[in-house]
Design a protein around this ligand. Structure first.
Ligand SMILES: C[S@@+](CC[C@H](N)C(=O)[O-])C[C@H]1O[C@@H](n2cnc3c(N)ncnc32)[C@H](O)[C@@H]1O
Length: 400
């Protein structure tokens, strides 16, 4: 099930290990499809009617639904199965990485130093202090998080995230597991065809899944990915070099990067903010505003805000905040993304949001249609298109 790790840092898993990974992916499919729909049925047929009988109204908020469902057997079963399969994802990939950890370091060094296929750069800062909200947490139950190091030049945490994501995503995110960025950046290039950025920054890049597609969209631009985790950026650089995409990676804190004022045309992040406390998101947005050139754009593709979802869907997504070591997830989803942009200095009229259909699932034509529909609606950039069922990615941001 680690077939999406299709570059030179691929781990040579045994047949037993691969079988175990397949089993874990299958188990996750069962939990996310069958168990989750059973839970919804119990909610519709029992929990919501009981709530209505008692309070004379339907549940209105995600916390109300959470409280009402919590004592149901199906909720407990779903939750413990989800936690267990999440832990099994990491356990199914770690033994092979431990076995090959020294080899992975050596291979990454060779890839990083070679200019045969690509010539991106790598900067690691051993003095960087890792923010507490990352240093003291194994986010989404991933042992060691994105930054822990056990040997010189360690890349293991990058490898764990890459292989683990492949088991976790069950083929859902496309061949290079970059469907989110592929979809969002395709939408962006179609919606703003005359915008030609020269310098692009990806904040919280981990392995560079989110970084490389922007270089592919804008080959003339210098594209840089930053992350606080040294193993992540080392691995990201090796991976990019292996794919032959010249991209720069640096170990930096997005709150104070050291980049010059007005040095980027595009500053973005992919599934990054929901792991960050609100006060640090505010500092990151201010830093982005400082680094953006006038006429440049900040954008973030993220989980949709609770205000755009039904109470049940909000409850369902917020589950991670309570049970999957994602403590900042709910507060982020409860906030108003545009208010946060304005607080960082962006003008309200320059804010936008959109929903990009998945390139992997629906293809380029569906994205072109979404762009054409959004333009036809003629409601301005603040009108995001429809957030409907199906695979699609929510994005918000602002022009400077
Ligand atoms: C969920 S991952 C992002 C995934 C990645 N963008 C992708 O699409 O595959 C969040 C990343 O943000 C990094 N991070 C957390 N706080 C950071 C900060 N203040 N500055 C830079 N990176 C940070 C973490 O180390 C982690 O690698």
């Amino acid at each position: 099930m680690t077939e999406n790790v299709n570059h030179d840092l691929k781990v040579d898993y045994s047949r037993d290990e691969l079988a175990r990974q397949h089993f874990v992916s299958g188990m996750r499919t069962y939990v996310l499809n069958s168990l989750s729909s059973n839970m919804r049925t119990v909610y519709d047929n029992k929990v919501a009617p009981n709530f209505k009988k008692k309070k004379n109204r339907a549940p209105k908020t995600a916390p109300e639904i959470h409280k009402a469902l919590k004592s149901e057997t199906i909720f407990k079963f779903y939750s413990s199965m989800r936690c267990n399969t999440q832990e099994m994802v990491w356990r199914s990939v770690i033994p092979g990485i431990e076995r090959e950890s020294e080899e992975l370091v050596a291979k990454t060094k060779i890839l990083s130093q070679s200019t045969q296929k690509a010539n991106g750069t790598l900067t690691v800062d051993p003095k960087l202090s890792i923010p507490r909200y990352t240093a003291e947490l194994d986010v989404h139950l991933m042992p060691g998080n994105y930054h822990e190091e056990h040997m010189p030049d360690d890349v293991s945490q990058g490898a764990i995230y890459d292989n683990g994501l492949s088991v976790f995503a069950m083929g859902f995110l496309g061949e290079r597991m970059d469907d989110i960025t592929q979809s969002v950046s395709t939408y962006f290039t179609k919606r703003y065809p005359d915008f030609k950025p020269k310098a692009i920054l990806d904040m919280g890049c981990t392995l560079g899944h989110s970084t490389l597609p922007w270089k592919e969209r804008y080959p003339q631009a210098e594209v840089t990915g930053i992350d606080v985790g040294a193993p992540s950026v080392r691995y990201a650089h090796g991976r990019a070099q292996s794919y032959g995409v010249s991209t720069h990676f640096a170990q930096k804190d997005a709150e104070h990067t050291g980049f010059a004022d007005e040095s980027f045309d595009v500053i973005y992040s992919c599934m990054f903010l929901h792991e960050i406390p609100k006060k640090n998101i505010r500092a990151i947005f201010k830093e982005a505003y400082r680094m953006l050139k006038p006429g440049g754009v900040m954008l973030h593709y993220e989980l949709p805000p609770n205000s755009m979802l039904s109470a049940y869907d909000s409850f369902y997504l917020d589950w991670d905040s309570f049970y999957n070591k994602e403590p900042f997830y709910k507060a982020f989803r409860d906030s108003d993304p545009q208010e946060e942009c304005v607080a960082a200095g962006f003008k309200k009229g320059k804010c936008f949001q959109y929903v990009a259909p998945s390139l992997n699932f629906y293809g380029d034509a569906a994205i072109a249609k979404a762009v054409a529909d959004a333009k036809l609606d003629n409601k301005g950039e603040n009108h995001m298109g429809r957030l409907v069922d199906g695979v699609q990615w929510f994005t918000f941001g602002a022009w400077k």
